[in-house]
Design a protein around this ligand. Structure first.
Ligand SMILES: Nc1ncnc2c1ncn2[C@@H]1O[C@H](COP(=O)(O)OP(=O)(O)O)[C@@H](O)[C@H]1O
Ligand SMILES: [Mg+2]
Length: 346
C-alpha cells in the first residue's frame, strides 16, 4: 500500500525536480526536441551502435479516437535490457502488442534483425525468436504447470513438427496437423529424443523458480497463486530460448520478496546475454536491471537514456506527477511508487 508518507516524498521530489527544471536547458518541457522530426533519432534513443535486434520506427496505433501509441521509435541491441516505464494508459502494453503481432499498427515499422515483421502473425514473430508474457498473466488454466511450460518448448522442436511451415497456409494446414498427430501416435527415435530434451528443459526452467514452482509442477494452473501463474508464464517463455524476451509487468501482484526474486532471476538471464524488453512500473526493479529506460507518456516516447539520467529528467518527473495536467489516481499511484522506489534505489 502506498501511504501518505510516500506521497509526501513524491511531492518533495517534484520541487527538487522543478528546481532542476528551472536551471536546466530543456526546461521547455516535452514539446521540445522530443516532438519534432529532427529530434526523432534522439527520441528513438539512437543509442544503439551497430545492428539492432529490434528496431521500431514511427509506430502508431489508435483506438476509436484514443491515440494509444503515437510515433514511437526505438532500438534494442542484442544483449541489452531495455525497460519501458510510464503512467497507466501511456501505451506500454499496446506497444508490446504491436511488436508481437497481437495488434496491427496504423503506421510505423517493426524490424527483427533487419527483417520487417510489421504485419507478421503472432506465430511468425514467435517463430523468429520473440517470446513474451502478458500483463494479466496468461496460462492454460486446466493444464498443469509442467504442461503449460512444456507447450512452450514443444513449439520450438522441429523434429515434432515436420510440416510446420504449412500451418500458415489455410488449405494445407491440416497436412501439418496430421503429420504432428502421426508422430505423436507413432514416435520415431528422433521424436523420442526431442521429447526427452523438452522434458529436461521443462524441468530446468521450472527449477529456476525452485521451491516456488517445483512442488506445484503437477498442479493445474487454475489452482495457482497469482505470483505462481506469472512464474509459470515466464518459464514458458524461457524454454523457448528466445532471442528477445518481452515481459509486461512480470512482478505485478507480487510482494517485495517475490519481486526481489524476479529481479535476481532477470539479472541472471541478463548476465547470460539474454536480450530483454521489460515493461515495469516498479522503478527499483527498472533501475537495478536496465541498460536503458524508455519513458512513455500519453502514447509518446518522451525520454530515453541510462536509468540514472532518466530518473532525474524533469520531463519524466512531470509525466509521472502530472504537473500542469489533471492528476489521475493511477498516475499518482505510479508516481508514488516511482519516486519512493527511486529514493530507495541505491
Ligand atoms: N484493445 C483496446 N481497445 C481500446 N482501447 C485500448 C485497447 N488497448 C489499449 N487501449 C487504450 O490505449 C491506451 C493505452 O493503453 P495501454 O497500452 O494498455 O497502456 P499501459 O500499458 O501503458 O498502461 C489506454 O487509453 C487504453 O485504454
Ligand atoms: Mg500495460
Amino acid at each position: 500500500m502506498r501511504g501518505v508518507e510516500e506521497v509526501a516524498v513524491a511531492d518533495a521530489v517534484v520541487s527538487d525536480a522543478a528546481g532542476r527544471d528551472a536551471v536546466g536547458s530543456e526546461a521547455a518541457g516535452r514539446d521540445d526536441a522530443w516532438s519534432d522530426d529532427a529530434g526523432s533519432d534522439a527520441r528513438a534513443g539512437a543509442l544503439v551502435a551497430g545492428a539492432a535486434l529490434l528496431r521500431v520506427h514511427g509506430l502508431a496505433r489508435s483506438f476509436s479516437g484514443v491515440q494509444a501509441v503515437d510515433d514511437v521509435s526505438f532500438d534494442v541491441a542484442p544483449g541489452e535490457t531495455v525497460s519501458i516505464i510510464g503512467p497507466n494508459g501511456s501505451g506500454k502494453s499496446t506497444t508490446m502488442n504491436l511488436l508481437t503481432g497481437v495488434l496491427r499498427p496504423d503506421a510505423g515499422t517493426v524490424e527483427l534483425d533487419g527483417e520487417d515483421v510489421t504485419r507478421a502473425s503472432q506465430e511468425a514473430i514467435n517463430a523468429r525468436g520473440v517470446a513474451r508474457t502478458f500483463q494479466n498473466g496468461r496460462v492454460f488454466p486446466a493444464l498443469s504447470v509442467r504442461e503449460n511450460v512444456f507447450v512452450g518448448a514443444y513449439a520450438r522442436q522441429r523434429a515434432l513438427r515436420p510440416a510446420r511451415r504449412l500451418i500458415d497456409v489455410p488449405v494445407l494446414r491440416w497436412v501439418s496437423l496430421l503429420a504432428e498427430l502421426g508422430l505423436a501416435l507413432v514416435p520415431t527415435r528422433g521424436v523420442r529424443r526431442a521429447l526427452r530434451e523438452i522434458d529436461s528443459e521443462t524441468d530446468a526452467q521450472i527449477g529456476r523458480f525452485g521451491g516456488r514452482l517445483t512442488p506445484r509442477a503437477q498442479d493445474a494452473a487454475y489452482t495457482l497463486s497469482y505470483a505462481n501463474r506469472r512464474r509459470t508464464e515466464i518459464a514458458r517463455t524461457l524454454v523457448q530460448h528466445p532471442r528477445l524476451l518481452l515481459l509486461d509487468e512480470p512482478t505485478a501482484g507480487m510482494n517485495p520478496t517475490e519481486t526481489a526474486e524476479v529481479i535476481e532471476q532477470l539479472q541472471q538471464l541478463k548476465s547470460q546475454g539474454q536480450t530483454i524488453l521489460l515493461i515495469e512500473h516498479k522503478i527499483d526493479l527498472v533501475m537495478a536491471l536496465s541498460d536503458r529506460v524508455l519513458v512513455f507518456d500519453s502514447g509518446r516516447l518522451i525520454a530515453a537514456g541510462a536509468p540514472a539520467d532518466v530518473q532525474n529528467d524533469p520531463r519524466v518527473v512531470r509525466a509521472y506527477l502530472g504537473a500542469g495536467r489533471t492528476r489521475r489516481r493511477a498516475d499518482a499511484a505510479d508516481a508514488a511508487d516511482a519516486v519512493t522506489a527511486a529514493g530507495g534505489a541505491q
